[in-house]
Design a protein around this ligand. Structure first.
Ligand SMILES: CC(=O)N[C@H]1[C@@H](OP(=O)(O)OP(=O)(O)OC[C@H]2O[C@@H](n3ccc(=O)[nH]c3=O)[C@H](O)[C@@H]2O)O[C@H](CO)[C@@H](O)[C@@H]1O[C@H](C)C(=O)N[C@@H](C)C(=O)N[C@H](CCC(=O)N[C@@H](CCC[C@@H](N)C(=O)O)C(=O)O)C(=O)O
Ligand SMILES: Nc1ncnc2c1ncn2[C@@H]1O[C@H](COP(=O)(O)OP(=O)(O)OP(=O)(O)O)[C@@H](O)[C@H]1O
Ligand SMILES: C[C@@H](N)C(=O)N[C@H](C)C(=O)O
Length: 462
């Protein structure tokens, strides 16, 4: 981005907007001083700590201006232009919307219980064959991440692909109205964050908020195999297109084969093409179908879209194969977890040939509320000693699954660790894993199985 401080002050309706501003160009925004680039506007936000206290770090990293909450008027910095606002998060959102209107790209918004990040990456890949595309960085998908995404657009951006997450009603309504998408995509309805909703029906209600800002001439693209979405789509006036495996969909997938490194499928609209996704997991076919429908909506040539799916680069820690220090194959799915995602990746993992043992390391699935025990126990259906020889479970919620598996697995094959016993899990796992084994790591963000991944990749401590 490139904007004058005076323009920003006006866009965010700064308390001091009318003052004389120096001729200073802002070329980016940052809410973390440690990641701030020279030329950035610093945006102090409230986390566990107040971001305002890091202004000197921001200046040291090259901040050329800062937003500043008016209730911090007692300690206004003097070394740079200060744009005074009532609330810095609201100002960030206002600035994002202002910049969106200034650049005026087409907007594709993506949500769903699973597959948001992967589908966003696939959509960006297929649209990049014809347009200048900006997409959400990693998983920056909430009330902070979305405006930050908008402000990351280059001036020549033609399409912005925005991932939208939510765990409460009203959040997608806000984000959808903020970006006013031309295309809104819902990947699927699972059980993520069901603690705050109670039922999948209510999750579907919340996910449907993504169409609240959809332009009247926009397109709603959703998983047509999901009855909860089919039912709710009847209330949507905009043009609709569906994807899924049922041949009643606008775009139906078929002939699915999946292996360790790729998944192949055919489609109803382009039956002569065989599509290749450079990652395992039959569930990724739906993500690719969504991306192909978006591509078709933007009139991307089918051959170009096919190639773009084959060459897209997934975000890390999503069904990602890595190699451990001992030579073992590691399937890292550690960014997050929920029941549908865990079941699907366990089924895919169990089908991958291996010379050695398959070992599943499963961390708690958080935010499942009073259904947590039942949903953790439901993973037992995908855990069979004949295919996954040993299971390491980490977290208070995984205790319910451990008790079920003790009945199903031979003695010594199921290892349970409370949340704070993860170091012991690491010690036990690294002491037994061998070069021919393959290890699945899957757990919620809050369990931090990435620490287990790091330990498996590192040389053993002397
Ligand atoms: C406000 C903020 O920046 N939070 C981030 C911060 O959290 P923390 O509380 O630890 O901040 P601190 O107390 O350390 O610092 C306070 C602020 O000061 C800044 N600062 C700190 C030190 C310093 O030296 N200089 C500084 O400038 C600092 O940046 C703070 O602003 O750090 C955490 C660890 O890095 C971040 O995780 C945290 O980010 C929060 C979670 C956030 O919302 N980040 C967005 C950019 C984002 O989109 N993150 C996504 C995850 C979003 C998500 O959870 N999505 C859900 C669904 C949506 C749920 C919604 N209701 C919600 O609550 O988010 C999903 O299921 O996908 C991501 O990072 O992946
Ligand atoms: N369409 C899908 N259906 C079911 N599970 C899926 C699907 N796509 C991905 N997954 C599973 O969900 C995991 C996370 O994928 P991805 O990050 O794309 O989803 P997300 O919605 O962004 O997740 P989160 O909200 O946790 O960030 C994958 O590693 C895989 O295990
Ligand atoms: C990333 C965050 N919104 C999330 O999904 N959290 C999970 C449930 C966790 O806390 O592990």
């Amino acid at each position: 981005m490139k904007m004058q401080v005076a323009e920003i002050a006006k866009a965010v309706q700064a308390v001091n907007a009318e003052q004389a501003w120096p001729d200073v160009n802002v070329t980016g925004v940052a809410f973390d001083s440690r990641k701030l680039q020279a030329g950035d506007l610093f945006i102090p936000l409230m986390g566990a700590n107040d971001g305002h206290q890091y202004i000197q770090s921001a200046i040291e990293h090259g901040a050329v201006a800062t937003l500043w909450a008016s209730d911090h008027a007692d300690d206004v910095p003097e070394d740079l232009p200060v744009i005074m606002v009532a609330d810095t998060l609201t100002a960030l959102q206002q600035l994002g919307q202002y910049y969106l209107q200034k650049i005026n790209p087409k907007v594709v918004a993506v949500t769903g219980s699973n597959g948001k990040t992967t589908t966003k990456d696939m959509i960006a890949s297929v649209l990049s064959t014809q347009f200048n595309v900006t997409k959400t960085h990693a998983n920056f998908n909430n009330q902070i991440g979305v405006p930050v995404t908008l402000l990351s657009m280059e001036p020549n951006t033609e399409v912005v692909v925005v991932e939208m997450g939510m765990d409460h009603f009203g959040e997608l309504d806000f984000l959808s109205r903020l970006v006013q998408p031309d295309v809104a995509v819902i990947t699927m309805i699972g059980e993520a964050h069901i603690e705050f909703f109670g039922t999948r029906d209510r999750i579907a209600d919340a996910k449907m908020e993504i169409v609240h800002g959809l332009k009247e001439d926009g397109t709603f693209i959703f998983n047509g195999d999901e009855p909860l979405l089919q039912e709710r789509a009847k209330e949507v006036s905009q043009h609709q297109r569906t994807f899924g495996l049922d041949d009643t969909n606008t775009l139906a997938g078929s002939d699915i084969t999946t292996s360790r490194a790729q998944t192949q499928f055919k489609t109803s609209l382009w039956p002569d093409n065989t599509y290749t996704i450079p990652m395992m997991g039959a569930y990724n076919v739906n993500n690719a179908l969504a991306a192909l429908l978006v591509a078709d909506t933007f009139h991307i040539r089918p051959a170009a879209a096919q190639q773009a799916i084959a060459s897209f680069v997934p975000t890390e820690n999503r069904t990602e194969w890595l190699t451990g220090y001992r030579g073992e194959a590691i399937l890292s799915d550690v960014y997050n977890s929920n029941p549908t995602a865990a079941r699907r990746v366990l089924a895919a993992f169990a089908a991958v040939p291996t010379k050695g043992q398959r070992i599943a390391v499963l961390g708690d699935m958080l935010e499942l509320g009073d259904q947590s025990d039942a949903l953790h126990m439901s993973l037992a259906s995908e855990l069979d000693p004949a295919t996954i020889a040993s299971v390491y479970l980490n977290g208070e919620h995984m205790r319910a699954l451990a008790e079920v598996l003790q009945e199903k697995y031979p003695a010594g094959a199921v290892h349970y660790y409370q949340t704070d016993q993860q170091p012991q899990l690491i010690a036990d796992l690294t002491a037994t894993v061998s070069a021919d084994d393959q290890v699945l790591l899957k757990g919620s963000h809050g369990i931090h199985l990435e620490k287990v991944l790091t330990a498996l990749e590192a040389a053993p401590e002397k």
